[in-house]
Design a protein around this ligand. Structure first.
Ligand code: UD1
Length: 341
């Protein structure tokens, strides 16, 4: 029988790409989203790519009754939890809003999983490693104390999952995927990242500068102790990232886990500097970007990239798309949503 996967936050950037890959892998997918941070662009895109009208629940995961009702109505084999706020700066300004939303929603998922029995995949972040002492980071690298409430919610939710698995081993198995920097869009250009207002993240700022919405990209800091002075990150293609979720869900559902709770880094293993990313974007898309160097941004780490070998060994997953392809897809998506030919 086909297994059913619930994707909370499934109308968003990562959730929509994961939904597409799950459907293509043969899973039944139920999408749930409160639409607080997106419109229905990606939902429509998912429908067009998959040719399916997937079950959609407009609901808030902070509503414990609604979550319980959904788990009572639908037999859910695994849940992937994306429904959360994600702006680092805003989380510093409004910690209570972040803690209330991100912690409550995940606790409601865990409570339903505890009652009904369910595999849980949590979308964590490389932010849990802070400024690492040793690079690349492995899953054994120590977590550092979080520098933002957003980062803190990622650490706390990982711990909620670990403790729940330990307490209810018959009911819950869990995987936390620690994403590095997800970028790019689906090759169809029908789904992608749609930030509201001024983008905080690098690639949306680049594409909006290229399309003329932003005048100039500020590169935050060129005096870091890195080869070209700009920060280094591990930029992971969104479709590759989505495929990692399919591998993790399969591992849980096929009973292949070696312990009740597992953690995997999801990255390429390759550091890329801000300048290198900008230059690659210009080259592959035949564009010139207006950019300037600006002071460092508070809270940025100098460099971080993954050792993704555990995911390769255990999940059978490896990043495949090149940075060139990924940055082309980011620009195709921007052109699609802005109506640029
Ligand atoms: C941040 C979060 C991370 C989250 C990720 C995706 C932290 C510390 N970081 O990562 O948890 O998963 O976003 O949402 O919590 N840059 C510029 N100009 C810009 C924007 C960015 O130069 O206009 C630079 C930054 O200084 C950084 C790099 O680009 O060196 C990547 O920045 P960004 O895309 O915001 O991601 P992170 O800060 O790495």
């Amino acid at each position: 029988m086909k297994k059913t996967v619930l994707v909370s936050g499934g109308a968003g950037y990562i959730g929509s790409h994961v939904t597409v890959e799950l459907v293509e892998a043969g899973y039944d997918v139920v999408i749930a989203d409160n639409m607080s941070n997106c419109d229905d662009t990606c939902l429509r895109g998912v429908r067009e790519i998959t040719g399916r009208d997937l079950p959609f629940y407009r609901m808030d995961f902070c509503d414990a009754k609604a979550v319980e009702q959904l788990f009572s109505d639908v037999r859910i084999d695994a849940v992937i939890h994306f429904a959360a706020y994600k702006a680092v700066g805003e989380s510093v300004a409004e910690p209570v809003k972040y803690y209330l939303n991100n912690l409550t929603s995940f606790l409601n998922v865990l409570d339903a999983a505890r009652v009904h029995g369910c595999n849980v995949l949590f979308s964590s972040s490389a932010t849990v490693y802070g400024e690492p002492d040793k690079l690349p980071v492995t899953e054994e690298s120590p977590r550092q104390s979080a520098t933002s409430p957003y980062g803190n919610t990622k650490q706390m939710c990982e711990d909620f999952l670990r403790d729940s698995v330990k307490a209810y081993p018959e009911k819950i198995r869990g995987i936390a995927l620690r994403y590095f920097n997800p970028i790019g869009a689906h090759p169809s250009a029908l789904i992608g990242e749609l930030p509201r207002g001024v983008p905080n993240n690098l690639v949306p700022f680049i594409t909006q500068t290229a399309s003329g919405i932003r005048e100039c990209l500020s590169i935050f800091g060129n005096d870091y102790p890195t080869p070209d002075g700009t920060c280094q990150r591990d930029y992971i293609d969104i479709v590759d990232l989505a495929k990692a979720h399919v591998c993790a869900v399969r591992r849980m559902l096929d009973g292949k886990m070696e312990s009740g709770y597992e953690i995997f880094n999801i990255g390429t293993g390759r550091p890329v500097s801000v300048l290198e990313l900008v230059n690659t974007f210009e080259r592959v898309n035949g564009l010139k970007l207006n950019y300037r160097f600006a002071p460092r941004r508070a809270g940025d780490v100098t460099a971080i990239w993954a050792d993704p070998s555990l995911a390769e060994r255990k999940l059978g997953w490896k990043a495949g798309r090149s940075l060139d392809e990924t940055l082309k897809s980011a620009w195709e998506w921007e052109k699609h949503i802005r109506g640029i030919k």
